[in-house]
Design a protein around this ligand. Structure first.
Ligand code: PEP
Ligand code: MG
Length: 582
C-alpha cells in the first residue's frame, strides 16, 4: 500500500480499478488468466515479442537511412532489451506461477525496471527509463490490439490516472463509468479542477510522478477531501474508506433537507446562494441543490467541448435552455473566457509565453469581434426568455468595459432592425479578477450594474502564482492576507457605490471561508452546485455579528497559514460535521 499526497480539488471518496491513461490510453482489461490457458498466453507473449521486434527493426532501418546509423542504434538497444533472456524468464514465471495475464506481467515488470532507472539521477538513466516505457507501450499494443481507450465510452467503472487532463478532456469523461481521477500535474485553481467539481467527481491533482507505481487494473482509492490517493490499499484501509463513504452519504442526506429553506443567518440576514455552471445539463443539479439562480455560466465550455467554433444558434440553444429552466431566477452569462488553460483549437497559440498574462478572456473577445458579436447576439436573444445578465471576464482597464458595452449597443441595434426581441436593459457586469481592477473599482462601478469577485484569478494575479502549476501550488492560497485585503477593498467599493456584489471563485464554495465572507459583507455567493447545501448550513448556523468578528480577527493575521488555521477552528465551532471535510 502506498499513500500519496496531492492537492484536494474535488471532494468525495472513490475507489475502484485504476485505468492508466497516457497518450496511448492503454488499458489492461484482464490481469489474471486461468491455469488451463497459461501455456497459450506464454505463446501469445512470444508472438507479441516477435511482432514488436519486427516493428523495431523496421524503425531502425528507416531512422538509420534518414538520420544516420547513430540514431538507428537507439532501436538496436530496444531490440537488445526485448530479447533479454532474464526479462523473458521473469515474464514467463509471472504468467506460469502467478497466472498474470501477459499484458499485466509486461506492465508490472517493465514499470519496475523503469522506476529503478528513473530513481537514478542521471540523464542517461532517465533516457533508459523512457526507452523501457517505449517497449512497454509497444508490447501492450501488440497484446491488446491498437484500440485507443475511448474515455467517453468505457466498458466498466474505473478511476482514471493520468499525467495530465485538460479541462475539455475532463468534461468529456464518461460520467457513468469514471468514478474519480488523479493527475500528476495540475494546480488547485485550474479549470480541470473546476470541471471535476462540476461533474462531482472526486479528484486529486498535482501528485507528481506516481504512475510508475501502479498498473491498470489495480485497486486505487481517491480521497478527494484530503487530496490523497492510496495505491494498492490493504483491507483495513478499504474498510475505513467504505465507512467514510457512508458518512459522506448520510451527511448529504441530512443536508438535502435544507434544500427549500433559505440561506438565512440566525439573526435574519439572507445570503443569496447562486450556482456556477459550465454546461446547461447542470441546471438539474442546481434545482436539486436549491440554487437561487446562476451566478456564473462559464460559456467557453461550448468551445471546449467541440472541434469547431459554435455558431449563433448553438450559443442561443444553450443559453435559452438555461434561461427558460431558471424562469425568473437570475442567470449571469459570462462572455467567453478562452485562453490560458482553456485553449480552443483554432485559437491555440502554440508556444505563447505566459499565457495567463496573454491574450485571454475579454482581451481575446475584443480582438475577435465577429466571435464576440455572435455570442452577444445569442445572449441578448436569450435575455427575452428569462432574467439574464451579461458579464465580462478578466477586465483590467476601463476601456475594455466601455468597448464591450459599445459592442453590446451595436448588436442591440442590429437585433432591433431585424425585429428580434431582447431585454434592452440587460444588466451588464464585470468579473473582478485583477488587482488593478480592485484598485480602480470606484471608476469601474460607474460603468457597470454589478460586479462578481473571481478569486481563482484574483489569487493568481495578486500572488503571482500560476493557478495550474503544481510546483507553486503551496503559494496559491485564498487565505493569504493580501488576498483578503483585496477582497475587502472590492466589497467596500461596491457597498459605497450601492452596486450588487457577488463572489464566484472557488473560495466562495469553500466552507472555511463562508463566515469570513459574510463578515466582510457578502450577501451573495456563487458556488459549484454541489457546495450549496454546505454553505447554506453554515449561513444558518451563524449570526452576522459573529461573522463580522471572525472577519475582523482574520484580517489581523500576517500569513495564510494562521488565517486558515483560525478559520477552520471557527468552522469547527459552528459546523463540526462540515469541518471534518474542509
Ligand atoms: C475566477 O477566476 O475566480 C473565476 C470564477 O473564473 P474562472 O475560474 O473561470 O477563471
Ligand atoms: Mg477567472
Amino acid at each position: 500500500m502506498q499513500i500519496l499526497q496531492g492537492l484536494a480539488v474535488s471532494s468525495g471518496v472513490a475507489f475502484g480499478e485504476a485505468l492508466i491513461v497516457d497518450n496511448e490510453g492503454v488499458r489492461i482489461p484482464n490481469r489474471f488468466v486461468s491455469r488451463e490457458v497459461v501455456e497459450d498466453e506464454i505463446e501469445q507473449l512470444e508472438k507479441a515479442i516477435v511482432a514488436a521486434s519486427h516493428e523495431i527493426e523496421a524503425n531502425r532501418e528507416t531512422v538509420s537511412a534518414q538520420l544516420g546509423e547513430q540514431y538507428g542504434a537507439i532501436f538496436s538497444a530496444h531490440l537488445q532489451m526485448l530479447h533479454d533472456q532474464q526479462l523473458r524468464d521473469q515474464l514467463n514465471t509471472l504468467i506460469r506461477d502467478k497466472h498474470f495475464s501477459p499484458a499485466y506481467a509486461v506492465s508490472q515488470t517493465l514499470r519496475r525496471y523503469a522506476k529503478v532507472f528513473q530513481s537514478l539521477d542521471s540523464g542517461s538513466h532517465q533516457e533508459l527509463a523512457s526507452d523501457i516505457f517505449d517497449i512497454e507501450k509497444r508490447l501492450l499494443r501488440q497484446l491488446l490490439g491498437h484500440r485507443r481507450e475511448d474515455l467517453t465510452h468505457l466498458s466498466s467503472p474505473v478511476i482514471i490516472l493520468a499525467h495530465e487532463l485538460t479541462p475539455s478532456e475532463t468534461a468529456d469523461l464518461d460520467r457513468q463509468k469514471v468514478l474519480g481521477f488523479a493527475t500528476e500535474m495540475g494546480g488547485a485553481g485550474g479549470h480541470t479542477a473546476i470541471v471535476a467539481e462540476a461533474l462531482e467527481l472526486p479528484a486529486v491533482v498535482g501528485l507528481g510522478r506516481f504512475m510508475l507505481d501502479i498498473s491498470s487494473g489495480e485497486m486505487v482509492i481517491i480521497d478527494g477531501d484530503h487530496g490523497q490517493i492510496i495505491l494498492q490499499p490493504d483491507e483495513e484501509t478499504i474498510a475505513r474508506y467504505r465507512h467514510e463513504l457512508q458518512q459522506h452519504r448520510s451527511l448529504e442526506v441530512r443536508l438535502r433537507e435544507l434544500r427549500d429553506l433559505p440561506a438565512e443567518t440566525i439573526d435574519g440576514s439572507s445570503v443569496e446562494l447562486l450556482a456556477n455552471i459550465e454546461f446547461p445539463h447542470e441546471i438539474s443539479a442546481c434545482a436539486t441543490r436549491g440554487a437561487e439562480g446562476i451566478g456564473l455560466y462559464r460559456t467557453e465550455f461550448l468551445y471546449l467541448s467541440s472541434d469547431k467554433e459554435p455558431d449563433e444558434e448553438i450559443h442561443y440553444q444553450a443559453y435559452a435552455e438555461v434561461a427558460r429552466a431558471m424562469g425568473d431566477k437570475p442567470v449571469t452569462i459570462r462572455t467567453v473566457d478562452l485562453g490560458a488553460d482553456k485553449m480552443f483549437g483554432p485559437m491555440h497559440h502554440d508556444g505563447m509565453q505566459n499565457p495567463e498574462l496573454g491574450l485571454r478572456s475579454i482581451r481575446l473577445s475584443l480582438r475577435n469581434l465577429p466571435l464576440f458579436r455572435t455570442q452577444l447576439r445569442a445572449v441578448l436573444r436569450a435575455s427575452a426568455l428569462g432574467n439574464v445578465s451579461v458579464m465580462f471576464p478578466l477586465v483590467t482597464t476601463l476601456q475594455e468595459v466601455r468597448q464591450g458595452k459599445m459592442v453590446i449597443a451595436d448588436v442591440m441595434e442590429d437585433l432591433e432592425e431585424e425585429g428580434i426581441s431582447f431585454n434592452r436593459n440587460i444588466p451588464i457586469g464585470i468579473m473582478v479578477e485583477v488587482p488593478a481592477t480592485v484598485i480602480m473599482l470606484d471608476a469601474f462601478l460607474n460603468e457597470v450594474d454589478f460586479i462578481s469577485v473571481g478569486t481563482n484569478d484574483l489569487i493568481q494575479y495578486a500572488l503571482a502564482v500560476d493557478r495550474t502549476n503544481k510546483e507553486v501550488a503551496s503559494l496559491y492560497d485564498a487565505g493569504d492576507p493580501a488576498v483578503l485585503r483585496l477582497i475587502q477593498m472590492a466589497v467596500r467599493s461596491a457597498q459605497r457605490a450601492q452596486r450588487p456584489v457577488t463572489m464566484c471563485g472557488q473560495m466562495s464554495g469553500a466552507t472555511p471561508y463562508t463566515m469570513l465572507l459574510v463578515g466582510l459583507g457578502f450577501r451573495s455567493l456563487s458556488v459549484a452546485p454541489s457546495a450549496i447545501p454546505e454553505i447554506k448550513k453554515i449561513c444558518r448556523s451563524v449570526t452576522v455579528a459573529q461573522c463580522e468578528a471572525v472577519a475582523e480577527h482574520a484580517l489581523r493575521f500576517e500569513n495564510a497559514t494562521d488565517v486558515n488555521h483560525f478559520l477552520k477552528a471557527e468552522l469547527r465551532n459552528v459546523a463540526p460535521e462540515l469541518a471534518a471535510y474542509a
